[in-house]
Design a protein around this ligand. Structure first.
Ligand code: PHE
Length: 461
């Protein structure tokens, strides 16, 4: 264990895992996906997925990680042999692809921070145009995401305790405070109540198949599930830690931040008369508008702090994404941490180039269609393939693996270390039922429906 590194304490794990979970998925993506899918109705379904399916899968992942002390490939291999190892490998591949586009969006946030601090962003009139011109500028994308990748690589290179844990412990609480401050400000603006109503009063007629699939994919993405990030982080925790308790804390903090991000954005959007279904530009456009309305110095201060924190939230997630393939190379290939970080960062950065070009810089990557009538960017395609479809699939495979191969008994055995009263408790029965029965059935079914809808345009309901 000593050479792989590990978290120093239970809080260290919670901070790092919550740092992985809380990121662009909560602050950038959740509000715009909720905005496009009916607001409150989406929120309800999302929360149901999180607690019914997400939490049990998280407990399963962390338990497998701690039991094996290995990266996802090594973990599946150790417990299930060669046949199962490819499931772990597939998860690592998803992580690599997710990081390739995630790093580009993190670069936008970083670029906005720089433009707010040193540029003329606060003087811009057409914020929507600004966002689209900005993301279409290849050289800006290239520079900012390169800086972000280097920063991520540097922290991962420093290792689990100094790099990952230390960074997360400071940044997470700060983020929370700034969110609350912007919410209080936003709720006092004219028409804020319309935004709150859109977000909190559900209109069930807006729920359809797409709402349900997007909410599931979003739940997995936001909790960092289905690709082995939590197997990897689980491999760094001690046998004294209570896995159920830690996973519950991580799930609650992640959901709370996504919820608060929505509560921050929708009043701002409605008070400025914007549309909640603006898409990926939502947070960038709505927030800058609000910073412009504040007294200049205050606007600059709040604006800079917000985008800086968005970068930090993204950073604690990018490090967890990079840690997965790096742990794989260190464990399986016996590479040094340094070499693994450099090689992996370079590959992932290169894989992100088409995503950088997919917001207008190149026509080919900006219009990538699957089936008639739908035009998708390259980045959309990567998201559909590697998270909307694959993360719930990864959860499905994990639950099948536990149910059929590792067995509920071994799972209970692992969880009961650090949680003495677990065995025989109602909680044990609940998790066993969810992981070995409900998750395989529900996630298997959802996988088929999502593939039909995403790639063949067929909606069953
Ligand atoms: N959970 C992160 C977010 O919400 C993204 C992520 C996905 C991180 C998968 C690790 C693994 O931004």
């Amino acid at each position: 264990m000593a050479s792989r590194g590990g978290f120093s304490s239970k809080i260290g794990f919670i901070a790092a895992a919550a740092g992985s979970a809380v990121g662009l998925g909560n602050i950038w993506q959740f509000p715009y996906v909720a905005g496009e899918n009916g607001g409150a109705a989406f929120l309800l379904i999302y929360v149901a997925w999180i607690f019914l399916i997400g939490l049990p899968i998280m407990v399963g992942e962390v338990a497998v990680g701690r039991n094996t002390g290995a990266n996802p490939f090594g973990a599946y291999k150790k417990l299930g042999g060669k046949k199962w190892a490819w499931v772990g490998f597939f998860g690592i591949l998803c992580g690599v692809m997710i990081l390739s586009f995630y790093n580009v969006v993190a670069g936008w946030a970083f670029g906005y921070f720089v433009q707010l601090s040193f540029g003329d962003l606060l003087q811009q009139k057409e914020l929507s145009n600004y966002f689209y011109n900005y993301t279409a500028d290849f050289s800006d994308n290239l520079i900012y995401s390169l800086v972000f990748m280097v920063l991520t690589g540097f922290i991962v290179y420093r290792g689990v305790q100094k790099g990952i844990e230390g960074t997360s412990k400071v940044l997470m609480p700060t983020l929370f405070i700034i969110l609350i401050l912007i919410i209080i400000y936003g709720l006092n603006l004219p028409n804020a109540a319309d935004g709150v109503a859109f977000y909190l009063v559900p209109d069930f007629s807006l729920i359809n198949g797409a709402t349900i699939y997007s909410a599931l994919g979003q739940a997995f993405f936001s909790l960092s599930l289905g690709m082995g990030a939590l197997i990897t982080y689980g491999s760094y925790i001690s046998k004294e830690d209570n896995i159920v308790n830690s996973a519950t804390w991580v799930t609650i903090s992640d959901t709370l931040v996504a919820f608060l991000a929505g509560l921050m954005i929708f009043p701002l959007v409605f008070s400025q008369g914007q549309s909640p279904s603006e898409g990926p530009g939502l947070v960038f456009i709505a927030l800058v508008g609000i910073f412009q309305n504040m007294p200049p110095l205050l606007g600059k201060l709040v604006g800079c702090s917000f985008f800086l924190l968005l970068c930090f939230a993204a950073l604690t997630s990018t490090i967890s994404l990079l840690e997965v393939p790096v742990a794989f190379l260190v464990d399986q290939k016996k590479w040094s941490r340094k070499k693994s970080v450099i090689v992996m960062s370079a590959i992932i950065f290169a894989l992100g180039l088409p995503s950088m070009l997919s917001y207008g810089a190149s026509d080919l990557f900006s219009n990538f269609a699957y089936y008639e009538g739908t035009s998708k960017t390259f980045m959309d395609v990567v998201q559909d393939l590697f998270f909307v479809v694959s993360l719930p699939l990864g959860g499905f495979l994990l639950s099948i693996f536990i149910a059929r191969h590792w067995k509920a008994k071994s799972l209970s055995e692992e969880i009961s270390q650090g949680y003495a009263s677990y065995k025989g408790s109602v909680i044990e029965k609940y998790f066993n039922l969810m992981i070995t029965m409900v998750c395989p059935v529900v996630l298997g079914f959802m996988f088929i429906l999502t593939v039909l809808q995403k790639f063949f345009g067929v909606s069953i309901f």
